[in-house]
Design a protein around this ligand. Structure first.
Ligand SMILES: [Cu+2]
Length: 230
């Protein structure tokens, strides 16, 4: 029984080695992707205190080509699809972060996107819930995802407040532009009037010249035949 057993066992380590090798060959490219080691908030966490930053830490240094944060994002949105924060993402080695902001109590989602060390862009979502402390002042949600440098972070009502007068500001130059047009119309009217006056004057001069010439020709004609008759 010992000889068949060894014979049957002999191929098993080989199969095992092949299987492990095959598994590693498949796993190797996948292992090149960065994976999340820790995050704030954690997946499904119930937050009762607003952290300073939303944060995602991966296992490896992220690929921030050109240091511009291209391909990186951390966005927090509520159940109504409103966004919170300033849209600015800081990439530091294996992690990325953004200043934290939230509105009223409820369910939220942290959507992340980062560029792996191997150049692949990965994204995902971390749902969490929010139970604000009593003294918390909720931020007002933004209808559009915040853009770093264009969206103010803390008091969200201000961007909408400044966004409303902006059409008025753009209206004002239009209102200013309109009086300019009548002025230019007046100017063109003057030009037309001057042009007409010049044309009338020229016509008058030409008519006078023609009449004088005709008169001279008449005088010559009357003089001519008379002279011939004589
Ligand atoms: Cu990859």
């Amino acid at each position: 029984m010992s000889s068949p057993r060894t014979r049957s066992l002999a191929p098993l380590p080989l199969v095992g080695v092949l299987a492990v090798g095959f598994a590693l060959a498949i796993a190797a490219p996948a292992a090149a992707h960065n994976f999340i080691v820790s995050s704030t908030p954690a997946d499904g966490e119930n937050l009762t205190e607003l952290p300073e930053q939303w944060q995602i830490t991966t296992n490896e240094t992220l690929l921030d080509l050109g240091g511009q944060g291209a391909g990186f994002a951390l966005l927090v949105s509520d159940e109504q699809g409103l966004f919170y924060g300033d849209g600015c993402v800081t990439i530091d080695g294996p992690g990325l972060s953004t200043p934290a902001a939230l509105g009223a109590d409820g369910a939220y989602t942290l959507t992340y996107q980062f560029v792996s060390a191997d150049g692949h862009t990965l994204s995902g979502e971390l749902p969490f819930t929010w139970q604000a402390p009593a003294d918390f002042e909720p931020h007002v949600g933004l209808a559009e995802p915040p853009v770093c440098g264009e969206t103010a972070s803390a008091p969200a009502p201000e961007p909408t407040a400044t966004a409303e007068p902006q059409p008025d500001v753009t209206d004002e130059p239009v209102v200013d532009a309109e009086p300019v047009e009548p002025v230019s119309d007046d100017a063109s009217l003057i030009v037309i009037a001057v042009f007409i006056a010049v044309v009338v004057a020229i016509a008058g001069v030409v008519t006078a010249a023609l009449m004088r010439a005709r008169g001279r020709r008449k005088a010559e004609q009357t003089d001519g035949p008379e002279g011939a008759d004589l």
